[in-house]
Ligand binder design. Sequence first.
Ligand code: FAD
Ligand code: SF4
Ligand code: SF4
Ligand code: SF4
Ligand code: SF4
Length: 417
Amino acid sequence: MTKKGDMLYAWTNDAEIQKKAELGGAVTSLWKYALESKAVDAVLVVTRGVDLYDAKPVLITDPKDLASTAGSLHCGTLLIPKLIKKYLDGARDMKIGVTVKGCDAMAFYELAKRKQINLDNIIMIGVNCGGSVSPVLARKMIADKFAVDPEKVHKEEIDKGQFIIEYEGGHKGISIDELEEAGYGRRTNCRRCKMKVPRQADLACGNWGVIGPRAGKATFVEVCSEKGANLMDGAIKKGILATEPANPKGLDIRGKVEGAMFKLGDKWRKKDFEGLGEGRDRLKKIMAETSRCIKCYQCIDQCPICYCVDCTTRNPAYVPPGELPVNFMFHLIRYAHIADSCVNCGQCEEVCPAEIPNTLFMHAQQVELEKMFGHVPGVNMELPLMAYVEEKTERERLHNTGSDMIYENVFNPFTKH
Ligand code: FAD
Ligand code: SF4
Ligand code: SF4
Ligand code: SF4
Ligand code: SF4
């Protein structure tokens, strides 16, 4: 019997899945079992689109279609939970299985807190995540640093700290550190990310810690919930999944790699946040950079924290329409509403046509708020700070005092001190 807390090596017995899978195919075979046993109505996973830089989401209902979705796409920077909110009614009446990276898992929790997703109907299989590479930058990096035509590349992988490509006529690997020093490599939010093993999913799967004869042929599975344990048990009984206890040395190595990734995340946070300056300097920098904004609303559309039907940024009383540069209030509204809950998923930066480092600005604020109030977004159902603002009490206070200064005695950058 599998139980919560188990640490296992797992691989599939399905030959078709095995062929396409990243590391033994445990994830895809678990989904196959989930569909066949009707544990879920559909599975939402990511698969290769027109080329390997094009990761596209697919909703699968026929288990026969699953094998083609196996494999990891490191240029797959998309975020899945908001698609479920937008197009699948937040899983209100449908049981859905989803493969998630850490940022997807965090976004699920934030949407669930806002009652936009029914987590009871979601099964999450998490994949450990060292980071993903923006598709546009990946093409440029392959041309410039690897001196290979990006169109000729048919496979990419990240292994032992290297980004490796296979192309017509050969293969090449360059260390991620070297690529990042040169301004390529993982997205900047991924470098700062510390959600490496997504334990808020039902299962957390990855290659870290798989050693010995199973290395490269099995996935390390940490069982994170009863739901996950039941899924594993069903697939094992059905004969589609095989497991063995993880090698204790492998478990140790996995812990050490995770620790090293945390340190790397801290290093990038320090570098990126210090680069922003402090206080007024930081504010000035943010105002200068955001002055390029053309108010296309894409950052709001993609953000998993933004879900409001009437967005305040569209209210002409706050943000005058038809003005360029866009009034800074547009960005202040976003900071005020999101900063306590930002999960550093990178979407608002990835989609910005003005190439504004929106994620960096929001993430820097989120980390400050976390230091002040201890609230960590995306890890559980604990409500965000903003949820504790009592609107009724606040209206009364406004009515009685006439003052809109909520935080008295707090440094206000807009007044002279
Ligand atoms: P498969 O059966 O091959 O199934 C893979 C599943 O991942 C499929 O459901 C597929 O749709 C989904 N998928 C593929 N690309 C994406 C994507 N971009 N976003 C969301 N879902 C996707 N493991 C580590 O231990 N260390 C790492 O540093 C690490 N980095 C990773 C980075 C990325 C971007 C991804 C996607 C995975 C990473 N993994 C990492 C996990 C590892 O590569 C395998 O996914 C995992 O071991 C499961 O292997 P499998 O053979 O069982 O999966
Ligand atoms: Fe992976 Fe974190 Fe980047 Fe998401 S933000 S793709 S979990 S490294
Ligand atoms: Fe402005 Fe960029 Fe957001 Fe568009 S995506 S509204 S340009 S910040
Ligand atoms: Fe993701 Fe940006 Fe929203 Fe933060 S503000 S959750 S990085 S889209
Ligand atoms: Fe809602 Fe604020 Fe996001 Fe607009 S910016 S959608 S009001 S959270």
